[in-house]
Design a protein around this ligand. Sequence first.
Ligand code: AMP
Length: 117
Amino acid sequence: MPTIFAKIVRGEIPSDLVYQDEQVTAFRDISPVAPTHILIVPNKVIPTANDLTADDEQLVGHMVLVAKQIAEQEGIAANGYRLIINCNEHGGQVVFHLHMHLVGGQPLGPMILKRGS
Ligand code: AMP
């Protein structure tokens, strides 16, 4: 079954597209948690971070560099932002097509879990 993100990558369902190249697609999250909330997804389906292999090393690096570029375009690079990849149930992953959240545009506060809690 294709994921909803695979359909967005192929343009089969609408999205607020921010960036696309031969490796990744970025679009605005439909339910943003901050003024800027963009998802960067590989064009090929990788279900979770657990499914990454050494062959994906360049792809993951590319995802981070694209996130950095989009942060600059969005005007949030200097103040800062957060990049998040959720994995499986405890990570809160809902869509099983690897994606990186780029979140910013306001102070984001501390991480959810502090060390030792
Ligand atoms: P995660 O919990 O890491 O799996 O996050 C999935 C994210 O996908 C959530 O933030 C959703 O709001 C977002 N989302 C789900 N469907 C869509 C969609 N059609 N377009 C944009 N974002 C979506």
